[in-house]
Structure formats: C-alpha cells, structure tokens
Design a protein around this ligand. Structure first.
Ligand SMILES: Nc1ncnc2c1ncn2[C@@H]1O[C@H](COP(=O)(O)OP(=O)(O)OP(=O)(O)O)[C@@H](O)[C@H]1O
Length: 706
C-alpha cells in the first residue's frame, strides 16, 4: 500500500468506528427513553419531572427563551434532583399530565432556547438558574439536599489533616450550602484554599456526576483583612498539578493590604493594564482638554476663551464624552471580570455596581460568624452555592444598638413598654457593645426556635426571626437545619496542649486536638531564647499556664467614669501585668512576642500608659475583641473585675473568654480575682477551678513579685 492509501484507510477506519459508536449511543439512549419509566429516567439524571413554565422571553438572535421551574403545586421540593443537564445540551420538553417534563435528547433543565413542534419542544439548554435553591434553603423553605458521597479525591495540598480533608469533600459534595466550623488555629484558610482549587478543578477518580467544576467563585469576608489573607495565599506559586488561579480583588486599593502582587490583583490595577484602558485614557484626555478650554486655561482655535454657543457646545461635548467614558469603563470592567476565576471582596463591597449582573457558581464567606446576616445576603444572591466558614464559639459581630436583643411583644402594650424601656436604659458603654448576651450561656436561644426542622416543611415551620442582630447566618442555619450542614476542623496548630485543654473540653466537645508540632512547645523552645537562664527564668519559660490569683488582696476595680462611662480598670492588676512582662522580657522573650489583653478599654488605656515607656508599640495591649483572629507566643490576660458585689459584667460571655484563652501559642498568664470571677456563672467557675488545678498558681500580692 502506498503512503497515501495507508493514511486514507486510517481515516476511513476512524470514521467507521465513530459511526458505530454513535449508533450504539443512539441505540442505548432510545432504549433508555422508551423502556424506562419517567421516574427512573429522572433517577438516572436524564429527565426532570413536574416542571412548569416560569417565564418566557426572547433571547439572543430572536430565539425563544423558556424558563422552567418546579412550582410548589407540583412538588414539595422546588430544588431539582441531581441531573446531567448542562448548558449547550440538546433537550426536549414534553407535556406530561398537566405539567411538563424535560428529557435529555439526550438532555434539559431550566431555561432552554427552543424550536417548536406540536407535541413537544426541542431546544438547547441555555443556563441553570440555581440561585433560588440557596435562597430557599437559607429561608428554611427547603432542607439542604443530602451531600454526594466523595471518597476518592486527590488533594492538591497533601499536608491537609484528616478533618480538613473531610471538610473539603463534604463541601464539594454539598449542593446548596455547607458550613465549616474552624475553632482557633485549625487552618480554616488552608482548607478554604483547597476548596477553591477543587471547586475549579475537581481532582479524583469516580467523582459523582453532581460535581460540576465551578467557573467563577466569589470569596468574601467580614473584613478586608480576611479577604486579603486569602488573596495573598492564592497568589503564591501554585501547588503541583495546579495552574495559577486568576484572581481579581474588588475594593478601594487603599484598603487592600499585603504585597505588591495583592495590589496588582485589584480591579483598578487590572483595568488599567487591559487593552481597552488606552481607549479609556483617550476619552479622559479629551474631557480634561475641554475642561481646560472652558476654564480659560487653554486657548481655542480662535485664540480666546470660549463664549456663548461655543461654550455650550463644549459642555455638551463633555457630557457626551463622560457618557462614552462610563460605557467604555463598564466594558473594561466586564472584560477584566470575565477573565477572573476568583473574585474577592468584603461582603459589603460585593454589593457594588461592578458586580451587578455577575453570576457566580460558588460563594465563600470567610469569618461568617463575625458578619451580620444582612451583609452576608449581599453576596449570597449572586451565587448558586454557599460555603460559610467561621467559629460560632468566638465573638459575633459587635452590635451597637441598645435594644440589641429583641423580645417578641405579646401585644401592642408590651411593644410600647419595650420601646420605652430600651430608650431609658442607661447601660455602661462596655455592655452596650454587646455581643449578644451578657451571660453567653444562652447562645442556644438566639433565634426564637432552635429545633432542627423536619424535611421539606414550609416557611412558617422553620424560619424564625432572630432576636438579635448578632445572631449570625452561620448560627441561624445551624439551628434551623441541624449539625449535618457543617463539618468541624479538629486539629489546631497554635496552642500548647495544656492551653487548648479547657476550651476544647468546654466548647468543642473535647474534639479540638493539638497537632504534635505545637502540643508541647514552650517559650524556652523559641530560637531567640538562650539556654543559660537563671532557675527563675527557666521556671517562667517552662510554664504553659500561670495564674495570679488576687483573691483576698483587695485589688478592687475602679470605674473610669470621666473617660469612658462605665468602663473598668484595675490599677494593681496593671502593676502585676507590668511585673510579669518585665520577667518575661528579662528571661529573653521579645516584646513583640507578647500581648496583653483585657475585656475593658479603660484597662487597655491604663496598661498601655504603664508599658509604653519601656516597650513602645512593639508590645501590643488591646481588648479581647480586638485580638480575635490573632495570636502571640505569650499572652497576659487581665480580668479586671474585683468587687464585693461579685459582679463580673460582660466578662461572662463565654465566647469572649474563649477568644481570650485561645490567643496564646506557648504561654498564657491569667491575672484576676477568683473570689469575684467565679461567681460569673458556671463557665467562669469551671475555668477558675481548672486554673487552680492546671496552672502554676501564684498568690497575686504585689510584694511577692519583687
Ligand atoms: N494541615 C496543616 N498542616 C500544617 N500546618 C497547618 C495545617 N493547616 C493549618 N496549618 C497551620 O495552622 C496555622 C493556622 O492556619 P490558617 O491561617 O489557615 O488558619 P485559620 O483557621 O484561618 O486561622 P485563625 O484561627 O486565625 O482563624 C498556620 O500557621 C498554618 O500554616
């Protein structure tokens, strides 16, 4: 055979084989469509039953665009079951006992461009509008769909621990909603990064058909800090098997923190580098030139300042140019955003005009337990699936309003009385900045019902108005749908195991474990600490927990009434703080490795004034609330409250205490009056007992410290 004959017979054989394959596929589908019941077709993902027309309009190229949905009249569940319909698939819509069903031709779901025939319509799947599904789940109209089981997954980040891997698999298999509960130092961001990678490029053999790669992800956070933390890590060189993810950061460049590459990823920077940016600049120059002419700072062709009609014409030109500018600017933004695989913004700035009409396959909200529910809804309505990450056992968003907790009035008279009461309440400032409750013991009753709901019940059964703005979406969803919607990360990479012990037992059902890289680390293991220290220094550097109990010392708190109404300070405790800081620094710890935290702003001011002369700004002093999300090698906690009335105020909030006691990596020193503090409820009482038992306990008398 000649060379040409060989090539020709190769292609003939390929064509023949393709034809055989096509016939086999047609045969298989015909058999499936003719032999199977509609129900079975739906179970196999080839049909969707009980649909009806939700909307009809003319789409691109004059084609009919029919939107199909599943109305409550036809089904208790408006969420479509798992199916294989994808945009671009051929599909047929058939009338079927009063409603329509969509069959794969093979294929079809919600919106299809169609060509009509009498008994049925055939067309092409245009897109799946799935946002409604999340909204229904968030409002309790539907329960979340049972997540697909994923067992075989290849992770890009091979360092993930077991609970992080399970969380990634759970999130990927979830259809509308999943929550990641990340206690302190458990690698939430680590986990979210893998979720982003796997959502864009799912990796693993035999992943379920429900796992459709996301094309566009919106990552939001309650603060710029959390968003930039994720951005910085997404911009690092990709892990093996991954390509660099294309990211765009929305928001004012002045608020973007981090390296040059973070700034380069802002929408502003990317827009200015785009090809169309030059055209935009031309229009901008024309506007500036015309404005100079009008202002008489440049000469017209006639060599004088424009007047009358000339001036009016210039203004009209500027108006037109501005219009043109806005149009081109929109074009630039649209083109930059169309390139992005991950868009990052705070929840609030996700509501900006630039993201109008941009749809996302996945919305991720980090620090969701620190965001108001209302601000979470801004990104939520832009996506088909929602991932919330946070820790409901830490502080919720700060709510300033005095009537932060709303009790449903039983009648108009009671409503009026409530309103009057809230306006006459004279709460101290610290307790006005309430994070939901004084006690923190009643976090279970934040919504008016916390019962997990039965499947597919209507809105009236599962959605309850929140009593307080500090009830977060994360918490409300957990209460409404039960713990099955979340996975907890169980290994922490921050604290010595002794420091982790109490919060783990009390707040995380003993499930929070310490990674071996941190479980036994102490101050003495720090590189900057030399080994030839005195015996006293060795004692300090070898202790993970120290407790100065000032009980009986009569170191009473003071109200700093002039500066900050109602805020408390404790001068003797402040002196004890200074003394312990001196000892730590004397033993070789750097001031930048230490932080002092306290619940009261007045104590922050006092301690800062005492320490700043010796240690400057390197040694941080702050409120507990301000330290959330941060860590230091050594933390000193000044509890402040010491009084005869045994009042502990908002120290009671166990979420605030949790934040305080989980900031230290190697050393936590607590200074407080156990005889007052232990009366602040069961949590504080148990903490005091635990400290007595586990810490190196010192009598808090100042003379002992010399
Ligand atoms: N699987 C892991 N293996 C090793 N180290 C890890 C792992 N996961 C997280 N870490 C480490 O734990 C620390 C906290 O991780 P990350 O910043 O992702 O946590 P986070 O939960 O977002 O933090 P925070 O508790 O402050 O909210 C980091 O130093 C990170 O390198």
């Amino acid at each position: 055979m000649s060379g040409l004959d060989t090539i020709s017979s190769f292609f003939d054989r390929q064509l023949a084989l393709l034809q055989i394959e096509r016939n086999a596929e047609i045969e298989q589908n015909t058999l499936l469509l003719s032999n199977c019941s509609h129900k079975l077709l739906e179970q196999r993902g080839f049909a969707l039953l009980n649909l009806s027309v939700v909307n009809m309009q003319v789409g691109m190229g004059g084609r009919n665009l029919i939107e199909l949905g599943r109305p409550p009249a036809f089904s208790t569940d408006s969420i479509l079951p798992a199916h294989t319909f994808r945009p671009g698939d051929l599909a047929r819509i058939e009338a079927h006992s009063g409603s329509s069903k969509t069959i794969k031709n093979k294929k079809t779901p919600k919106s299809a461009t169609t060509s009509a025939s009498e008994a049925s319509l055939e067309g092409v799947v245009y897109k799946q509008i799935a946002k409604l599904m999340i909204v229904n789940v968030l409002l309790g109209i539907n329960s979340p769909t049972k997540p697909a089981d994923i067992n075989e997954m290849e992770f890009y980040d091979t360092s993930l621990n077991e609970s992080q891997r399970k969380a990634v698999q759970f999130v990927l298999g979830s259809k509308e909603l999943a929550c990641i509960h990340g206690p302190p130092g458990t690698g939430k961001t680590h986990t979210l990064l893998e979720i982003i990678r796997q959502s864009l490029f799912p990796r693993g053999s035999g992943l379920p058909i429900e796992i459709v790669p996301a094309k566009k992800i919106l990552v939001c956070g309650a603060s710029n800090l959390s968003v930039d933390n994720i951005l910085e890590r997404l911009l690092l060189p990709p892990l093996a098997g991954m390509t660099q993810i294309r990211c765009t950061r929305i928001g004012h460049p002045a608020r973007v923190r981090g390296s040059g590459s973070s700034l380069d990823a802002t929408l502003d920077a990317q827009s200015s580098r785009s090809e169309q940016a030059a055209l935009l600049k031309d229009v901008q120059t024309e506007i500036s030139d015309s404005l100079l002419l009008i202002a008489g700072k440049a000469k017209t062709q006639k060599g004088r300042k424009p007047r009358g009609d000339e001036r009016r014409k210039l203004w009209n030109d500027i108006k037109e140019l501005r219009k043109e500018y806005r149009k081109r600017e929109k074009g630039v933004v649209t083109s930059v955003l169309s390139e992005a695989q991950v868009v990052l913004a705070t929840c609030h700035s996700a509501g900006g005009r630039v993201l109008d009409n941009v749809d996302f396959d996945l919305i991720i909200i980090d620090e969701a337990t620190q965001a108001l529910e209302a601000s979470c809804w801004i990104p939520v309505v832009k996506g088909k699936k929602l991932i919330l990450a946070g820790d409901p056992m830490q502080l919720p968003p700060t709510v300033l309003s005095r009537d932060a907790r709303f009790k449903t009035p039983r009648n108009p008279k009671e409503a009026l009385a409530n309103a009057k009461k809230s306006s006459s309440d004279d709460l101290p400032i610290d307790s006005q900045l309430t994070s939901d409750s004084e006690s923190g013991e009643d976090s279970q009753d934040e919504t008016e019902s916390s019962r997990p709901q039965a499947k597919n019940k209507v809105i009236a059964l599962s959605l309850r108005p929140s009593r307080s703005l500090s009830t977060t979406l994360f918490k409300r969803l957990e209460q409404m749908h039960g713990p099955s919607i979340k996975r907890m990360l169980e290994v922490q990479y921050r604290m010595h195991e002794m420091i982790c012990d109490f919060p783990s037992k009390m707040l995380y059902s003993s499930r929070l474990r310490s990674d071996k890289s941190v479980a036994t680390h102490l101050l003495k293991d720090l590189e900057n600490v030399t080994s030839d220290e005195s015996e006293k220094s060795r004692e300090i550097l070898g202790a993970p927990i120290v407790f100065f109990d000032t009980s009986g010392c009569e170191y009473f708190e003071k109200s700093n009434e002039h500066e900050d109404e109602g805020s408390k300070c404790n001068e003797n405790e402040a002196m004890l703080v200074k003394s312990w800081v001196d000892k730590l620094v004397g033993a070789g710890i750097l001031p930048s490795q230490i932080a002092v935290i306290t619940p009261y702003q007045a104590q922050v001011t006092l301690v800062s004034s005492i320490l700043s002369a010796s240690y400057g700004v390197e040694l941080e002093v702050g409120t507990v609330d301000g330290m959330q999300g941060r860590e230091k090698e050594a933390i000193i906690i000044s509890l402040v409250r010491s009084n005869d009335k045994r009042e502990v105020g908002f120290l009671k909030d166990k979420r605030r205490l949790n934040v305080a006691m989980t900031r230290a990596r190697r050393h936590m020193c607590v200074i407080g009056d156990s005889s007052t503090v232990q009366h602040g409820g069961p949590f504080l009482k148990k903490w005091m007992t635990w400290l007595e038992d586990k810490a190196d306990v010192y009598y808090g008398g100042l003379e002992e410290m010399q």
